[in-house]
Design a binder for this molecule. Structure first.
Ligand code: SF4
Length: 312
């Protein structure tokens, strides 16, 4: 029997929610903060136009707005999340755009302002693999002496052809070098991955799951490819529909994918859901909550667990 420390209440994989619950002794939610960052893939430094799928507005909750102070965004966000989840502790989550893309002093001030909020117990920073350096990592390491710190790296794929197709403007080597650099600082790292790119077969994605097992990661944030309005992907999709995951197809796929992962990895997400007004495809018949419940049932019925197919 594989030991999955954060698989409980029907989950057959390590769920971040239970990781946080164990860590802090109560429910903890991430509260998104809009720091007003841009991105080197938009401002011409690395590229222009951004990644093919990116419309950062599509994943901004209503309370996060860079025109509002960080403290107020957190207060509004925690009130909203407390009403929805009854959570009273929060991870300040710099999610949108590239949240290490600013001078170090500015980053320090922003992260510290977030951490000064009395309900905040940790920091999560999302960025690109080519936007970290020793100064940033030292700052995060210092903060991690007092708070939980999670660095989320958008790897998206471990195949160069896919990164080129997405217009990521970095390659796999950059991602691997970034992970090597981060591992010197002993930070908790998330790999953000997109599943269902038309440049990848299911077998290739399963192979990538095995490659992820070898990397110095604590968390994974997975989601299926979505076609979002006002993106270059939307234009492409309009011209020529390419296959995107169907609901049941993704459910079966992700269950199998989870069996390939090493049992220590904790899943921060296995699915995404963009607001209806932004989403072009795939349009699924059920909510994210329904999907997660169906996934639990499917894994239970088929006696599948994270790590079942993991081999060193
Ligand atoms: S996905 Fe990230 S790196 Fe790509 S354009 Fe959007 S903010 Fe920039």
């Amino acid at each position: 029997m594989i030991l999955l420390p954060y698989a409980r209440r029907g989950f057959h994989y390590n769920n971040y929610k239970y990781y946080l619950e164990d860590r802090f002794g109560e429910r903890v939610q991430r509260v998104s903060i809009e720091g007003g960052f841009t991105c080197p893939n938009r401002d011409g430094t690395k590229g222009s136009g951004g990644c093919i799928y990116c419309n950062s507005q599509s994943f901004s909750p209503p309370y996060s707005d860079s025109r509002i102070s960080i403290q107020k965004q957190i207060s509004d966000g925690t009130r909203f999340l407390n009403g929805r989840y009854r959570a009273d502790k929060f991870i300040a989550y710099f999610q949108n755009n590239t949240n290490t893309y600013a001078p170090i002093k500015k980053l320090e001030n922003m992260y510290k302002e977030a951490l000064e909020h009395p309900k905040v117990v940790g920091l999560s920073v999302s960025t690109r693999p080519d936007c970290i350096n020793d100064d940033i990592l030292s700052l995060l390491k210092d903060i991690s002496l007092d708070y939980d710190v999670n660095l989320e790296l958008g790897l998206e794929s471990l195949k160069d052809e896919s990164l080129t197709w997405m217009n990521r403007c970095h390659n796999v080597e950059t991602s691997l070098k970034a992970l090597e650099m981060v591992s010197k600082y002993d930070l908790d790292v998330t790999a953000h991955m997109i599943l269902g790119l038309p440049t990848e077969s299911k077998e290739e994605m399963f192979e990538m799951a095995k490659e992820l097992n070898e990397l110095p990661l604590k968390f994974l944030k997975l989601h299926h490819l979505q076609v979002i309005k006002d993106t270059r992907l939307a234009l492409l999709y309009e011209k020529k529909n390419f296959p995107v995951f169907e609901y049941l197809e993704y459910l079966e796929f992700i269950a199998k994918y989870l069996t390939l992962l090493r049992p220590q990895l904790v899943l921060q997400r296995v699915i995404t859901s963009s607001p209806d007004e932004y989403l072009i495809a795939p349009k699924w018949p059920h909510t994210t909550t329904a999907f997660i419940m169906s996934l639990q049932k499917y894994m239970r019925d088929n006696n599948m667990y994270q790590g079942d197919e993991f081999s060193k």
